[in-house]
Design a protein. Structure first.
Length: 367
């Protein structure tokens, strides 16, 4: 699981901003939102321009150089803080894999080239590459002088993590294998004017075809009824059909032609939930409820937070800010280059019976 993330010089973040998931409170309600002492589910709130999207995109930078998964084509446009074009963007990740603590840090130039990189496991340095200087644990990873010198020079900006993964035989429980698997399972997506995603998948899918080919038409209909109370009677489909068809007043109509924007958004969510059940490790959905009724947003969150992986979203919908859904240490406020949970923003002891949405609107949480 991801326990901590920090970034500096990324887009609007001139100074270092840190998101800590490793220090939940001791609330006795909604304990399923915490897993192994780490916040598993949460929602980030903040004013427009406060950095909700930028923080999530920064967190998924790791996907760009450690995986072959799908990447956002324009990711490195305006990558670095405008006033520091000659500096580096610095990233810090802390993971907990079973009982091991893995700290992975690196820095990139404004065009996304990997410049510095280091890895520490349980407080022991595995490698540290900075400039043309390289330390590497020679017991765990013995190598000849020429190979080590090539890595130190690193003219092609290769990730040392990737080099070690591909050059050494490793056990399945090795920390590098666990790091690789976790990053391969990371997913960021949103559905605003255009659909965008980062990670987990290597291919683009046409949603209608995916649902038909995977024999999920009835399951998709049940999903829509459960989360939104919409009832669609889908026609029988052959495996090679390209479009979902709905039986409507005795005729067959393309689902795309009659579904609302919100229902199309639910279709995308259904696709990702189906993929997330088996493969996801960490998911961030940016403004997931932009097209949802507030009650629908609540039902969707319950479905998302029931998954086994870490799931976070950003939202402006304060109806979701409820102790019935999550708990104060799972709701985060981002503002002025800081991000903190609600319980860290008040001296009051927050309890299950508190109306934290009302408190939030009354400015009880000061960041």
């Amino acid at each position: 699981m991801l326990t901590n993330f920090a970034v500096k010089n990324y887009r609007g973040f001139k100074d270092r901003i840190e998101w800590d998931l490793s220090n939940p409170s001791n609330y006795l309600f909604n304990q399923e939102a915490i897993k192994d002492g780490i916040v598993k589910n949460g929602i980030i709130y903040g004013p427009n321009g406060s950095g909700k999207t930028n923080l999530s995109l920064a967190l998924f930078d790791i996907v760009n150089h450690l995986t072959q998964k799908f990447k956002k084509p324009d990711y490195y446009r305006n990558f670095i803080y405008t006033g520091r074009q000659d500096s580096l963007v610095e990233f810090e990740y802390t993971f907990k894999f079973d009982k091991q603590i893995v700290k992975y840090e690196y820095a990139k130039s404004r065009d996304g080239k990997l410049i510095n990189e280091s890895l520490i496991v349980d407080d022991k340095e595995v490698f540290n590459h900075k400039g043309k200087e390289l330390f590497i644990d020679s017991v765990s990873f013995p190598m000849g002088a020429m190979v080590k010198d090539g890595l130190a020079q690193n003219a092609n900006h290769v990730s040392i993590v990737n080099f070690l993964l591909t050059s050494y035989p490793l056990r399945t429980d090795n920390y590098l294998m666990k790091l690789r698997d976790f990053v391969n399972g990371m997913l960021w997506f949103r559905n605003l004017d255009i659909r965008e995603f980062i990670g987990m998948e290597s291919n683009l899918y046409i949603l209608d075809e995916y649902i038909i080919n995977k024999n999920l038409v009835d399951d998709f209909a049940a999903f829509l009824k459960t989360v939104s109370e919409q009832k669609f009677t889908f026609a029988k489909h052959e495996k090679n059909d390209k479009k979902l068809l709905v039986e409507y007043d005795g005729k067959k109509v393309a689902f795309d032609d009659i579904a609302s924007t919100g229902t199309h958004s639910l279709m995308l969510l259904y696709f990702w939930i189906h993929r997330m059940k088996k493969e996801a490790s960490f998911v961030f959905i940016d403004e997931f409820d932009a097209f949802y009724h507030y009650e629908l947003s609540y039902e969707v969150c319950k479905r998302l937070f029931g998954l086994d992986c870490q799931v976070f979203t950003s939202s402006h919908n304060t109806y979701l800010m409820s102790n019935d859904l999550l708990r104060p240490d799972c709701y985060f406020i981002i503002k002025d280059n800081m991000i903190k949970p609600l319980n860290a923003l008040t001296d009051k002891e927050l309890r299950m019976g508190n109306n934290i949405e009302k408190m939030f609107r009354g400015k009880a949480f000061d960041l």
